[in-house]
Design a binder for this molecule. Structure first.
Ligand code: ZN
Length: 207
């Protein structure tokens, strides 16, 4: 005797589809209330009600919650030596030092850490070849000093993260090739300086 497919037993999928159609046919008030304890839906729709779907949803939510914006890049595009206490913000109490010295080989590109706009560039006996970049999102001005050549960017120019400002050097009042890097709170190279080292250590180092 032949085995006849049992048409009296519809598949689970067919039941779910039937329930979904039924839900569509019902007034919204009849299907809107979620089951106690939450959940995506209690009306038998096929989406997001299998354990795998729910797991994917949870993983997706966690990924969304932990995703962070890209880290700013370190302004010196090479491994950096932060020197000694005298090279830190405050200069170890021995002098007024409004930034952090960052030692790397002469000619190493110094770059914008974030999306910035060039505020001002110049050359003088103290700062050497210098530049100031405005980060509107952070509300900070980044100041670069002692570059070996005048800044390769101009006031008003918009820079992307990692875009070169100029070559690291030792012009102006300087002893040993380094970038003197400042962070100032506000839109001016003369606004109140803060210690840049915590930020520098958070930012993406050069490979
Ligand atoms: Zn310095």
């Amino acid at each position: 005797m032949r085995i006849v497919p049992n048409h009296a037993n519809p598949s689970r999928r067919a039941i779910a589809r039937g329930a979904a159609l039924l839900a569509l046919a019902l007034p919204a008030s009849a299907v809107a209330a979620p089951p106690a304890g939450g959940g995506d839906s209690g009306d038998g729709r096929e989406s997001a009600d299998s354990p795998a779907d729910i797991a994917a949803l949870i993983i997706g939510l966690q990924a969304g919650r932990t995703a962070e914006p890209p880290r700013p890049v370190n302004p010196v595009a090479a491994p950096v030596d932060y020197g000694t206490a005298i090279n830190t913000f405050g200069g170890g109490g021995m002098r007024t030092h409004e930034g952090q010295d960052m030692f790397a080989p002469e000619g190493t590109p110094v770059v914008s850490p974030t999306a910035t706009e060039v505020l001002e560039t110049g050359t003088d006996g103290g700062r050497g070849n210098w530049a100031a970049l405005w980060d509107a999102e952070a509300g900070h001005t980044y100041v670069y000093m002692h570059m070996s050549a005048p800044a390769g960017v101009e006031a008003g120019e918009k820079l992307e993260p990692g875009q070169e400002v100029g070559p690291l050097g030792c012009t102006g009042s300087c002893d040993g090739a380094h970038l003197h890097f400042e962070i100032r709170e506000g839109k001016s190279p003369y606004a109140k300086p803060i210690d840049p080292l915590p930020e520098l250590q958070r930012w993406q180092p050069a490979k």
